[in-house]
Design a protein around this ligand. Sequence first.
Ligand code: BO1
Ligand code: ZN
Length: 262
Amino acid sequence: AGHFGYRKRDQHIWVQNFKLCDGKLQSPISISSFKSITLPLPALEIIGYHDFLSTPLYLKNNGHSVVVNVNNHFGKRLPYIFGGSLDINQEYEIDHLHFHWGAKNNRGSEHMLNGIRYPMEMHIVHKNRIYSNLSNALNHKNGLVVLGIFFQLQEEDNKSLCSIINHLTSVRWINNETKLNTSITLASLLPKNTDVFYSYKGSLTTPPCNEVVTWIIFSMPVPISFSQLNKFRLLSNGNNLIADNYRKLQNIGLRKVYIRKL
Ligand code: BO1
Ligand code: ZN
C-alpha cells in the first residue's frame, strides 16, 4: 500500500489507502494574492544556503519524483530556516528537495498562484530541529516546513540547475541513484527575491498526506529553459514517464493564507 499514482482515478483512491489524505488541511491549494491576508511578518531567515552542500550529494529517482538528499551532512550544521511566518524559536533544517512537473508546459506546479499553474515546482523540505528524523516529524503538527518555488520558462538555461539536470540521465529508472559530481548551493536555487511569500498550514502533497506542513511559497518564480525541463520528462517509473506528478487542488476550507510583502 506504499504505492500511489497521479492519474485522476489513481488520486481518487489515495484516501482508501491513506486516511489522512481526506483531512481538512490538505495541500496543494490555489493561492490568490487578493484573498490573502497581508501581515507585517519579519523576513524569513535562510541560514547556510550560500554554502556548498557537503558531498557526496545523492540524486534519486523514487518513481514519483527526483530527489536530492541533503540530510547526510555528518558533523556539519545543516542549512536551516527560521523567522517569517514560523513560530518564534522554531528552527527547521533541510532534509531534501524534489520537483513536480508537467508533461505539457501549461501544467506541472502543485500550487496555483493568481490563476497560474507553472510548468514546475520545487519543494525544499525542512524538518523541525526538535524531531530526530523526518518520520518522527510527521507525527507533529509543527513537524515540517516546505519552501515552494515555482519555475517559469525562458530561452536560456538556468546554470544553477545544471549539476542536477546533467545527472538526470543517470537516474532514468525508478530507484536509480547517483552522486552529483559538483556541489550546489541552495541559495542558487532560490528566486532572486525571497522577500515576498505566501504561507499557510497544510499537508504533504503525497501519501501519507500528514497535516504537519507550514507551507512557504515564494511569489517570484525561478527561470528554467525548455530543454532543461524536457530532461525531467524523460524520467521513468518503470511503466510510464514521470510527468504530471502534481496533486489535484484541495479545498482551502476555513484556512487563511498570509502574505508577506514589503
Ligand atoms: S511534499 O513536499 O508535500 N510534496 C512532500 C511529500 C512527501 C514527503 C515530504 C514532502 N515525505 C515522504 C514521506 C515518506 C514517503 C515519501 C513518498 O514522502 O516521509 O514516508 O515514502 O515520496
Ligand atoms: Zn513535493
